[in-house]
Ligand binder design. Structure first.
Ligand SMILES: [Zn+2]
Length: 395
């Protein structure tokens, strides 16, 4: 990308630098912001006034300290006037949320999707729901910053074309352009739209909406029908040359192992994907659903217990490999399979701890996502925020 001395772009960069600084240091004063950014005090004051008028920032009431003289008015993010919309196109479900700048969910909606749905039908439904969510934002008297979408496959970060979503049966599906065209026709051409892989956006959800400072590298592991990882490194998503970095569900754990949805043999997903676990728990019949697996675990059903714990051990192997690949400061586990509870996640942690003991090294911190089954939709909202407050990188 060529960066020219565009005054509007420079102004956006300066404005968003102020926004990011206020988040990093709530209660920071205008004078301190001038010091941090190298901007003049008058420029800072002018930009801050604009950001307050637009709903990004607010002035916190000064606490009575008893000290004499005029003290600077502290600034902080305003969570009451702007909104983000995030959507998850899942393998079986479409979920939308409206959130505040801090990731608090204000509105939520979900639809079940048919098995192997057609891209056009899903895009039509998605646009319908995005418009519905935007109307909710208007009713809340908030200003919408953008639409974010998370999809279960590898996305080209520049063209936003989905290369491959094996669990949807989609290949080479354009995402952003058809969405933008449909939203433009509905009168939303001014609102930016961002599309990324589901694990990538969920990683951003943990990164943007976590308690600052969020340690890096941060690796989010998405566990459901598909398995993927999102990596945040140096304040950015690490998505690789073609957007395929983090497709860890299709890293191979066993040569000539079980068949995976992508066509390879022995992929991670064929061991720890939800359908693989459901099939292992019912070798004679139809694969068990997540709900059936959870019910069987509650009743201490031996076959289900073994199937889930075996998958948990393989998840431990995946975490060990991610640990050695990225040396993350934090790993976050999320996605529907986390509902299986400790038989899955605790078994994985124990397996990772064993690798740590064997090597005499301290393992990284492993957490469960705070956003539960909404992790991707909330993450898609975080993708909007992440892109808007980093103007050069986001567009
Ligand atoms: Zn695979």
């Amino acid at each position: 990308m060529t960066i020219t001395g565009d005054q509007k772009l420079l102004k956006r960069i300066n404005r968003m630098a102020l926004v990011r600084n206020v988040r990093a240091e709530p209660e920071i004063s205008r004078a301190e912001l001038a010091q941090r950014t190298g901007l003049t005090k008058s420029t800072v004051s002018q930009l801050i006034d604009e950001l307050i008028a637009e709903g990004w920032l607010c002035e916190r009431k000064r606490r009575a300290t008893g000290a004499l003289g005029r003290r600077p008015t502290p600034l902080e993010w305003d969570n009451t006037r702007l909104a983000l919309i995030g959507a998850e196109v899942g393998v079986e479900v479409l979920t939308l949320v409206v959130t505040t700048l801090s990731g608090e969910v204000l509105w939520r909606f979900s639809d079940a999707l048919p098995e192997q749905p057609e891209p056009d039908a899903v895009l039509d439904l998605l646009v319908q729901r995005l418009i519905q969510a935007a109307q909710e934002v208007t009713k809340m008297q908030r200003h919408l910053l953008g639409f974010g979408v998370g999809v279960p496959g590898a996305i080209n970060p520049v063209s936003s074309v989905l290369y491959l979503a094996p669990n949807l049966g989609w290949r080479d599906v354009a995402m952003r352009e058809p969405l933008a065209t449909r939203l433009k026709a509905a009168g939303y051409e001014q609102i930016p739209i961002f599309v990324r892989n589901e694990a990538d956006v969920a990683a951003l959800g943990e990164f943007e909406f976590g308690e600052p400072p969020v340690p890096e590298p941060l690796v989010y592991v998405s566990l459901g029908v598909g398995v993927g990882a999102g990596v945040v490194l140096n304040d950015r998503l690490f998505s690789g040359a073609q957007g395929m970095a983090g497709e860890v569900g299709h890293t191979v754990l066993q040569m000539n192992g079980p068949l995976c949805s992508c066509g390879r043999l022995g992929c991670t997903e064929a061991f720890i994907g939800l359908r693989a676990m459901g099939a292992a728990a019912a070798p004679q019949g139809q694969a068990l659903s997540l709900l059936q697996l959870c019910q069987n675990l509650e009743q201490h059903h031996a076959l289900t217990q073994t199937a889930v714990e075996t998958a948990g051990k393989y998840l431990g192997v995946l975490l060990q490999n991610l640990w050695m690949t990225f040396n993350p400061a934090r790993i976050v586990l999320g996605g529907p399979s986390c509902n299986l509870g400790i038989a899955f996640t605790q078994t994985a942690r124990q397996a990772l701890s064993q690798f740590g003991e064997q090597s005499g090294l301290l393992i990284p911190e492993v957490q469960l996502s705070r956003f539960g089954s909404d992790a991707v939709a909330v993450g898609a909202a975080a993708l909007v925020l992440h892109s808007v407050i980093r103007p050069i990188y986001g567009e």
